[in-house]
Design a protein around this ligand. Structure first.
Ligand code: B1M
Length: 212
């Protein structure tokens, strides 16, 4: 549908007011909120993710597109809740204990939201207890951990161990990322997934919750 394509294209260009206006127009034209989300906003964010992965665009462009997505979501959110559209999955995500870097984590959060996940942002400096408390409270099936310091990476390992002790092993899948983190490290500590960037993080998260 041309209007949904216009929404996606305006989002890719980062035109927040236009996205908001077009989403409102689509709502007024009685297009289903779920279709506006998947064929308009998420379709646009998917293109942003692909371009970011290929280094065709960089962090500022992603942030600008995300702002446009949020503008559209401000119109859609109440309607989605009312129409019972289910999120793709629920993820608790935070920067690990001792680590204050949150720029990359925030990007991951935004891309996840753009892909239709319900994101519970645990913030920075998160202890295992904080992660576990939120996972239980929100009944989330996925935990994302970010670390930018080599000195805080071991906190990912201890959090995964704590999940096991809390009886969440098997119920909650874990994924990790951040500049010093590697697939090798993920394998070593028993994380279920690793992603090198925010766009790949969405692919990994979808795989972990069984969505294509
Ligand atoms: Co700090 N810092 N910093 N820092 N900082 C680094 C990380 C460092 C590499 C700089 C350097 O020395 N060259 C170095 C770490 C060295 C190491 O451990 N190997 C370092 C250091 C040493 C420190 C301090 C110790 C400095 C000091 O005080 N002496 C201190 C520590 C504070 C703490 O955390 N306890 C510190 C502080 C800070 C600031 C507060 C000043 C600031 C953070 C501000 C903030 O985040 N709100 C800061 C910054 C900005 C940086 C650099 C310059 C940039 C990090 C960044 O935001 N990158 C960084 C040097 C660098 O990387 N060039 C540096 C952009 C971001 C988009 O990338 O976070 O990698 P990134 O995220 C990517 C991927 O990694 C991935 O997706 C993102 C998008 O593609 N990803 C995931 C991230 N999380 C993911 C999770 C996933 C999946 C993918 O799944 C869950």
């Amino acid at each position: 549908m041309a209007l949904l394509q216009d929404i996606a294209e305006s989002l890719i260009k980062g035109q927040a007011p236009k996205v908001k206006e077009l989403v409102q127009k689509a709502v007024d034209e009685k297009i289903k909120p779920g279709d506006i989300l998947s064929q308009g906003l998420i379709a646009g964010m998917n293109t942003i993710g692909e371009r970011f992965k290929k280094n065709e665009i960089y962090v500022p462009e992603v942030l600008i597109a995300t702002r446009a997505m949020h503008a559209g979501m401000s119109v859609l959110k109440p309607l989605l809740a009312a129409s019972g559209v289910q999120p793709v999955g629920k993820i608790v995500i935070g920067t690990v204990k001792g680590d204050l870097h949150d720029i990359g984590k925030n990007l991951v959060c935004m891309m996840m939201e753009g892909a239709g996940f319900e994101v519970i942002d645990a913030g920075i400096d998160c202890s295992a207890d904080k992660f576990i408390g939120l996972l239980k409270e929100k009944d989330a099936s996925l935990l994302g951990m970010s670390a930018l310091l080599t000195t805080t990476m071991p906190s990912m390992k201890s959090t995964i161990e704590a999940l096991g002790n809390a009886g969440l092993k098997g119920k909650v899948k874990t994924m990790i990322g951040g500049a010093p983190v590697t697939q090798h490290y993920a394998d070593e500590i028993g994380a279920d997934g690793y992603a090198p960037d925010a766009a790949s993080a969405v692919d990994v998260a979808k795989k972990l919750v069984g969505v294509n």
